[in-house]
Design a protein around this ligand. Structure first.
Ligand code: ATP
Ligand code: MG
Length: 461
């Protein structure tokens, strides 16, 4: 039902399944999930928190297509798992070669190259992404990311701003145990010199490296460092460090990033093995890892600087820096830390209509139009059933309309609970229609007032 597990039952999904009752029954494809209330309320709140942080920092929303020309993503690196093994590729009916987007940065750079906006171009995005991976907790075939990118400046302060946006967002939702790791990949020259030194070292230790990683030693030595396989990780631990290969300029850039993080009070650790899985990174790379999650899926946010991607996509040479964070993983980390609960979604007013439902129809409509969260039951249920529904809804006030009220042109206003959930000692009152809004306002004031010191002071004056 909800987004990722734990609430999702063991997945036996996979398209159509035989059903008992004649018609076929269907389930979500492997590695995908429905997102339904109340869990979906959490996503909405999460996006709201991010939108606030992004807009305060001057980032505008960018929406790109969910599928693109396959070559847009090929630029990420043909040899990467994301492109080479995990991408959903297809031909449309006119035989165009397309792919479902596996990540966001390539699309942002494609959009930049296409529209040539003024710089710095600061945008954020969110939505579904697709990778054909082995599904497990924190790893799905359709997952969802929030990301942000700043294009058109090489200024190290832009790196700090991007990292601070992510850090501030985690802070805003109450997530605490998400250490930040940073590194610098240097420039093209650094990368080349380092790749030589690294593959020489890896060749010396080839026998100790996991067989599945060995073929990368010559072709993509940096990606050996990114491997999560244990034997490989042991060898990687003593590998030469890229930070020892930085040019003067890259070194100064990295220094300025570190200085900025310190100035902003953002804790970090330098991790020289943090090279990330994609080909396009230069200079700064960073990750936030959730201490509360399993190491195989603990990266909740990854990013870095890419100074060649826009050009590779047909635009002018344009530096960029950005990050992407996985919403499902972020929420798993929130669960593990016991923060950012599903928000209560409750009505404020529940309309009980025992005279056929027309009053409930009209009153809920009127109340909603003036900003009140009002709801009702359907199907002309008994008053007891409607009272139960009112109770379950969490509403603070029930409005009761029966034939007596209709004849007299009145409404009965019954306080149900205080806004903080506490019990109330406020009597119900039947008031003329014309006084309904005034009465509602007065009763809400009482229900919202600080909790009374003693029971009898809770009565309105
Ligand atoms: P990992 O090393 O865990 O596979 P990655 O390096 O492939 O991650 P990125 O391409 O940097 O991940 O994507 C950014 C973020 O998106 C990740 O840190 C993670 O939170 C999330 N993410 C990536 N792939 C998946 C997936 N298949 N399912 C759920 N979340 C994902
Ligand atoms: Mg991956």
């Amino acid at each position: 039902m909800s987004g990722p597990p734990p609430t999702t039952p063991a997945r036996r999904s996979g398209g159509a399944a035989a059903s008992s009752g004649g018609g076929a029954s269907y389930r979500t494809p492997i590695g995908t999930h429905d997102l339904a209330p109340p869990e979906s309320g959490r996503w909405v709140a999460l996006l709201g928190a991010f939108i606030g942080a992004a807009e305060r920092a001057g980032f505008g929303y960018l929406q790109t297509p969910i599928f693109e020309d396959i070559d847009v993503f090929a630029r990420i690196g043909e040899g990467t798992d994301v492109v080479g093994k995990e991408m959903y590729e297809f031909a449309d009916r006119s035989d165009r070669r397309l792919a479902l987007r596996p990540e966001g940065t390539a699309s942002v750079c494609r959009a930049f190259a296409q529209h040539r906006p003024t710089t710095p171009w600061k945008v954020w995005y969110q939505g579904p992404f697709f990778r054909y991976e082995a599904p497990q907790a924190g790893r799905y075939r359709q997952f969802h990311q929030i990301g942000a990118e700043t294009l058109g400046t090489d200024d190290a302060d832009a790196d700090v701003e991007i990292i601070a946006l992510a850090a501030g967002f985690f802070d805003a939702i109450g997530l605490q145990r998400v250490p930040l790791l940073i590194n610098s990949m240097g420039d093209g020259d650094t990368r080349a010199a380092y790749a030589d030194a690294l593959s020489a070292y890896l060749r010396q230790h080839a026998d100790d490296i996991d067989p599945q990683d060995r073929d990368k030693i010559d072709r993509h030595p940096l990606r050996v460092l990114d491997s999560k396989r244990r034997a490989t990780a042991v060898v990687a631990a003593d590998a030469p460090r890229i930070t020892d290969f930085l040019s003067g300029e890259s070194g100064a850039h990295f220094e300025r990033v570190r200085e900025g993080l310190t100035a902003l009070g953002i804790d970090y650790e330098v991790e020289p093995k943090l090279v990330r899985g994609l080909d396009y990174y230069t200079r700064t790379t960073f990750e936030f890892r959730a201490a509360s999650l399993d190491a195989a899926q603990d990266t909740i946010c990854g990013g870095g600087r890419y100074n060649g991607l826009v050009e590779a996509l047909g635009g002018p040479p344009t530096p960029g820096i950005g990050f992407a964070l996985g919403i499902e993983r972020l929420l798993l980390a929130c669960d593990a830390e016991g923060v950012f609960d599903v928000p209560a979604q409750r009505a404020e007013v529940w309309v009980i209509d025992t005279a056929g439902g027309a009053e409930a129809r009209d009153l809920t409509h009127q109340l909603r139009s003036i900003g009140v969260r009002a709801d009702r039951a359907f199907d002309d249920r008994s008053i007891r059933a409607q009272m139960r529904a009112a109770d379950r809804s969490g509403a603070e006030i029930a409005l009761i309309v029966g034939t007596d009220e209709i004849d007299a042109g009145t409404v009965t206003v019954r306080p149900l609970r205080r806004s903080d959930g506490g019990s109330v000692d406020v009597p119900q009152q039947t008031v003329p229609r014309s006084e309904l809004l005034g009465t509602l306002r007065a009763v809400f004031d009482v229900l919202n007032a600080p909790a009374p010191a003693s029971a009898d002071s809770s009565n309105p004056a």
